[in-house]
Design a protein around this ligand. Structure first.
Ligand code: MTE
Ligand code: LUZ
Ligand code: MOS
Length: 750
């Protein structure tokens, strides 16, 4: 089954926000953002900008009719700064003009007077000064302080990971226009239309039913539009609502990179204790999450870090704390993996450290500690259908870990200046929003009189193929040709109170809701068929667009059946609702059953390092991944390849750099290096683990969006191993990304 969008994308016919034809009288908005990282605003003068010919109006916090707050979880983030600014790039005003060029010229006429305040960019320093976004949280299991004395070996260290720019191809943007009765319609490039609707209503001071949010598709999001599409959308809505004119905002790339938050950098201290047999007896870690200047999604990301801090291992005694630290940087936000990669990096660093000290391959320690059936996670959930050991063993069977190791060691003996390295990266990722109430969805299905089908859900298509998978679900239930099905835009008036398309759960949640709606409609149609053919409903099947009775095809095809049902006044519309059963979480105890199921997989990553130049390439990424019973192997493999590439980029070359004054130095694509075709691995080979798939996954097809990202972590440890083989005495520190510059310095600077 091809992706239903492939032709539209290849021919340029798919409609993104910027392709929507603009209405007459449309105005264009450009954001004026804070030039300072932390300051009191003593005066803001927009009069000169206001009087530039062509400028319609300059909006500041004073123009907000409702509440000046866009915080998604915690109300700590103004739409426009008022008396203080907290980061460079923070929106202060919006210039709206007849054209974008004029609006941009007016920016230079805005005068801001400030008194500078202390700037903090380091999360550890923020924590010391008590600057936290939310209270710190700790997950515990067993008795870690008692367990240290039972360990044969104890190792300590630090590990840190950097930020990451989402670099969605389509930048943030929105197009708002006034409708009747004081309503506003917002076209938004958002993963969370309901969040945009809710926050727009709050800021405009109108009820949610006066705000309609429409999403056609996104040119990529990767978490960057889960929360941070809201500011742009609400600014456009505000200007449109007040001026009673259509207003469009589409961020320029450099503005987008400067103003929006990124993946959270983390800096952590760890301690790991093992027995003589390499069983991890105890693990403790303290992690400092760099949250930026407002909470955004940091509380939820912190939580997912905690949930994934022991990755795919059973560790009987743990204590992991995360501090969410407030700094003068743009608020960091969701990014594929949502804090899990940061947490997993620390336990993998701890294992790598132990392996180096004990002079054994890390995979022996990994393997000795894999979760087994019935083990308890740190958060109380009991592990079921655990596949991690099988993924690892299958990978070994298919590719031969020892054989790879042998080839590498021979190469390393032979080659004068190049070194190869290998690392295994197991992954265990929990599926469900960690906030239980978000695990619900709705789907609205219309069967039209001609037999064609229109489907609306809360899912947002951002390139991940959710629309194709949803079409497949409906086509399978109705047993009709997929060409009969159209996936409608995502719209808050058709499907309300949606969760963002995130947490890899888009297909699962919306697919289940769709399944429920289609099942009800199918039953109605079967009942109609039973009336036509004067038999009982149990004898009826619809197979390949035909009514089949007791295995025999009848004259009645899908179109006839639908037409007949319509004439008989049967409802051909249904709204399906779904909520994930069985899940709950008790925050007061930090225990529960938060996930519907877990996704497992293992990758072996090999690299070749040029020790003269510090340059390297990733040779192979060999994977066995648990897709369950995949709905669409082409899409799923695409998600694996994209995720792996993005993970490798985060670990090796993408370096978000701020100076001490909170200014982003890596603010262009010439100073921020993203992976391109030349940095792609030589091979990405991914085998599907043979499994039935869990009941709670839609048609037993497991969610796939985020988990493969974490295979990229293997590239970091493979590089560490290559470095170690060139310079055995080197004590590697775990400071990602491991850029070629950093590699070169570590090879020769000690
Ligand atoms: N794939 C593409 N092509 N573009 C994206 O923006 N986002 C990722 C992943 N894969 C993304 C993507 C992220 S962060 C998530 S959470 C999931 O897709 C969301 O979609 P799903 O829930 O339908 O898997
Ligand atoms: N968003 C969210 C997420 O609000 N809660 C989550 O658990 C989550 N997980 C991954 C990505 N986005
Ligand atoms: Mo993905 S980080 O859940 O949008």
């Amino acid at each position: 089954m091809n992706n239903i969008d492939s032709v539209g994308h290849a021919t340029g016919k798919s409609v993104y926000l910027d392709d929507i034809p603009v209405l007459k009288n449309t105005l264009y908005g450009v954001v004026y953002d804070s030039p300072l990282p932390h300051a009191t605003v003593t005066n803001l003068d927009v009069t000169a900008a206001q009087s530039l010919p062509g400028v319609e109006r300059v909006f500041t916090w004073r123009d907000i009719p409702g509440i000046n707050d866009i915080g998604g979880i915690i109300p700590d983030e103004p739409l426009f700064a008022s008396d203080e600014v907290h980061y460079i790039g923070q929106p202060v005003a919006l210039v709206v003009a007849a054209d974008e060029h004029t609006a941009r010229r007016a920016l230079g006429l805005i005068k801001i007077e400030t008194v500078e305040l202390e700037v903090i960019t380091d999360p550890r320093e923020a924590q010391e000064k008590g600057l936290l976004l939310i209270p710190s949280r700790t997950f515990r299991m067993g008795d870690v302080s008692a367990a240290w004395s039972e360990c044969a070996y104890i190792f300590e260290g630090t590990a840190s990971t950097g930020g990451q720019e989402h670099l969605y191809l389509e930048t943030q943007g929105a197009y708002a226009s006034p409708s009747e009765n004081g309503s506003v319609k917002i076209h938004s490039s958002t993963q969370g239309p309901t969040l945009v609707q809710k926050v727009a209503a709050r800021v405009l001071g109108i009820p949610m039913n006066r705000v309609e949010v429409e999403v056609t598709r996104l040119g990529g999001a990767f978490g960057g539009k889960e929360d941070q599409a809201t500011a742009t959308a609400v600014m456009a809505a505000l200007a449109s609502h007040i001026l009673n004119r259509p207003v469009k905002i589409s961020l320029h790339r450099l503005d987008d990179i400067r103003m929006t938050g990124k993946r959270h950098p983390y800096s952590s201290d760890f301690r790991i204790g093992l027995t003589e047999e390499y069983k991890i007896k105890a693990y403790s870690a303290v992690m400092f999450q760099n949250g930026g200047a407002a909470a955004d999604l940091s509380p939820a990301i912190m939580e997912r870090t905690l949930f994934h801090s022991t990755n795919a291992y059973f560790i009987p005694n743990t204590e992991v704390t995360v501090h969410s630290c407030k700094t003068n940087l743009p608020p960091n936000t969701a990014f594929r993996g949502f804090g899990a990669p940061q947490g997993m990096f620390v336990i993998e660093a701890a294992i790598a450290k132990a392996a180096a000290e004990l002079e054994v391959p890390a995979y022996l320690i990994q393997q000795a500690n894999f979760l087994s059936e019935g083990d308890e996670f740190q958060y109380g959930q009991v592990a079921e259908s655990v596949n991690i050991g099988r993924c690892f063993d299958d990978l070994d069977k298919k590719f031969g870990i020892e054989k790879i190791e042998k080839e590498i060691s021979e190469f390393n003996k032979r080659d004068p200046f190049r070194r190869k390295g290998m690392a295994m990266m197991p992954v265990c990722f929990g599926l469900s929003f960690t906030n239980t109430s978000m695990n619900q969805a709705r789907a609205l299905v219309h069967i039209y009189q001609d037999g064609s089908i229109g489907i609306s859900t809360g899912a947002v298509e951002m390139g991940q193929g959710v629309n194709t998978k949803l079409a497949q679900v409906a086509a399978m239930i109705f047993s009709v040709n997929i060409n009969r099905i159209k996936l409608e835009s995502t719209n808050t008036t058709r499907v309300a109170n949606t969760s963002p398309t995130a947490a890899s759960s888009g297909t699962d949640l919306n697919g289940h809701a769709l399944h429920n709606a289609c099942t009800v409609l199918l039953k109605r149609l079967k009942s109609t068929a039973a009336t036509i053919h004067e038999c009982s409903i149990e004898e009826i099947e619809i197979l390949n667009e035909k009514v089949v009775i007791n295995g025999l095809a009848t004259e009645t095809d899908w179109e006839k059946l639908v037409q007949n049902a319509f004439l008989k006044r049967v409802s051909l519309t249904e709204n399906g609702h779904y909520f994930t059963p069985e899940i709950y979480f008790d925050k007061s105890k930090e225990k529960g059953h938060p996930f519907a199921y877990h996704v497992y997989g293992t990758a072996a990553v090999t690299v070749t390092l040029d020790c003269l130049r510090g340059t390297y390439r990733v040779d192979d990424v060999l994977i066995v991944h648990d897709f369950g019973n995949s709905l669409n192997t082409a899409i799923d493999l695409g998600q694996v390849e994209g995720g792996v590439m993005q993970g490798i980029g985060w670990m090796t070359m993408e370096e978000v750099v701020f100076n001490d004054g909170g200014k982003l130095l890596s603010n262009t694509l010439s100073t921020y290096k993203v992976p391109d075709i030349y940095s792609a691995p030589g091979r990405v080979v991914c085998y599907a683990l043979e499994t039935a798939g869990p009941d709670l996954a839609i048609l037993r097809s497991k969610a796939v969006g985020e988990p493969p990202f974490m295979y990229g972590i293997g590239a970091f440890f493979a590089l560490c191993n290559a470095i170690k083989s060139f310079k055995p005495e080197l004590k590697t520190d775990f400071d990602a990304p491991l850029t070629p510059e950093k590699v070169l310095m570590s090879l020769y600077n000690h």
